[in-house]
Ligand binder design. Structure first.
Ligand code: AMP
Ligand code: GLY
Length: 426
């Protein structure tokens, strides 16, 4: 069968790499892809949000399965568009992708269905929001809609919260995505991402992963799309997974089905964990980036088989098998990222790094110029390694990182450190 992957980042490179391993697969296409992906698949020059052209391509190239990476096309209704043409596509429909597309919807949904999350209020009126945060003080202010990961303000004081409300509701920094704000209680604890494959009724949890959102070591500096990840989280016991499944994923699936929004695809729960308490920070309607780069190398089951089972509503018959080796991914970023960043820097050492044992170099923001691989995004590469222990995986990833260079390249030196035994991990 032929498979199309939609997107162009590190997550999509990992998806293509995994899908290529399926014995059922003939051609793999990726739209638009990147030079790393081009080594494994045929890249097609169609942007990820150009739904009509993507659907036409799928029809004309006998694509039997489409896997969608980013949230944009899902929120626009790519699944509805493909299904209307009789195409099989892995992801939630538009009416289910709203779980990521509207934070106000997600918060009210969680409240309706008893899913634990931070206390909150929703506002569309700036004066009312300002009066509320003035008396509240420390809190988290969020734009309702999709804001490319930038719409969340963790505020340590009323003054910061007032400024956040001003930017979102008054200055409209995120346009219509900021027509409403959510003001939440500020939660403390450890963050973990738990993703689940869903077929509308049944969910199968993936192994846990922890992302590193801040740009600098020691969780300093501004938030990014994610500077690295590792899997599993040190505290992710079977008991923890049972709790997340029962209190979060199963309730979400049941609630969405009851509301006529059957959820198929990947449900990503960003969680705050404190002792035995688990609370949802956010839902995403897709694979995480860079979490996917550390989760898929651990998946032994055929991903194509799992995706088809989700689409066809028979996930209950599928058991996922996972390798025992931990995995670590270090993101190499361009100078300036997460603010305005440099582009077009030639990258050296890719081939040698990719040949290191148990190592995968996923391309995130690269392109070709005069036959050379150059940087073209904020996050450029995700250097990933498996190891017998998390310590070995981390060491192997950084050994490969040391072989790669481009001007202005920066990365965190403490990815996975929290999972090491002397740092409180197990
Ligand atoms: P979100 O996109 O909703 O996950 O928010 C981005 C980041 O903001 C999260 O990864 C957390 O680090 C932080 N965050 C979001 N909501 C809260 C909250 N209620 N309490 C503390 N931190 C939060
Ligand atoms: N790594 C965070 C995300 O994918 O949303």
């Amino acid at each position: 069968m032929n498979v199309l992957v939609v997107g162009s980042g590190g997550r999509e490179h990992a998806l293509v790499w995994k899908i290529r391993q399926s014995p059922q697969v003939g051609e793999v296409f990726c739209a638009p892809g990147n030079p790393g992906i081009a080594q494994l698949a045929e890249c097609v020059n169609i942007q990820a949000d150009d739904l009509p052209r993507l659907a036409e391509f799928a029809v004309h190239h006998q694509v039997d399965l489409t896997v969608v990476g980013p949230e944009g096309p899902l929120a626009l209704g790519i699944v509805d568009e493909f299904e209307a043409r009789g195409l099989k596509v892995f992801g939630p429909r538009k009416n289910a992708a709203v779980l990521e597309g509207s934070k106000a919807f997600a918060k009210e949904f969680m409240q309706r269905h008893g899913i634990p999350s931070a206390g909150f209020r929703v506002f569309s009126d700036a004066e009312a929001a300002q009066a509320f945060v003035k008396q509240k003080g420390r809190c988290v202010v969020k734009a309702d809609g999709l804001a490319a990961g930038k719409g969340v303000y963790v505020c340590q004081s009323a003054a910061e919260a007032l400024a956040a409300v001003q930017e979102i509701l008054v200055e409209k920094r995120f346009g219509d995505a900021g027509n409403q704000v959510i003001v939440e209680d500020l939660l403390e604890g450890q963050e973990v991402s738990v993703l689940a494959f869903c077929d509308g009724k049944t969910a199968r949890l993936m192994v846990s992963a922890q992302d590193h959102k801040r740009v600098f070591d020691g969780d300093q500096g501004p938030n990014t799309g994610g500077m690295g990840a590792y899997s599993p989280a040190p505290f992710a016991s079977p008991e923890f997974e049972r709790r997340v499944h029962a209190q979060v994923i199963a309730r979400a699936l049941e609630g969405m089905a009851k509301e006529g929004r059957a959820y198929k695809g990947v449900l990503y729960a960003g969680l705050m964990v404190s002792g035995t308490q688990v609370k949802v920070l956010e839902f995403n309607c897709r694979f995480g980036d860079p979490e996917t780069q550390v989760i898929l190398p651990r998946l032994e089951t055929d991903l194509v088989e799992v995706a088809l089972a989700c689409i066809e509503g028979r996930l209950d018959a599928v058991e996922l098998r996972w390798g025992s080796q931990p995995c670590c991914c270090v993101v190499l970023a361009s100078k300036g990222y997460p603010a305005a960043y440099e582009k077009g820097k030639e990258i050296s050492g890719l081939e040698r790094a990719g040949k290191q044992p148990n190592t995968l170099v996923f391309h995130a923001g690269t392109s070709l110029a005069d036959g050379k691989t150059v940087s073209s995004g904020g996050r450029v590469l995700g250097v990933t390694a498996l190891g017998k222990t998390i310590r070995e995986a981390i060491g192997q990833a950084y050994q490969a990182v040391a072989l790669i260079y481009f001007e202005g390249m920066h990365f965190r030196r403490d990815i996975g450190k929290a999972a090491l035994p002397q740092s409180g991990g197990h």
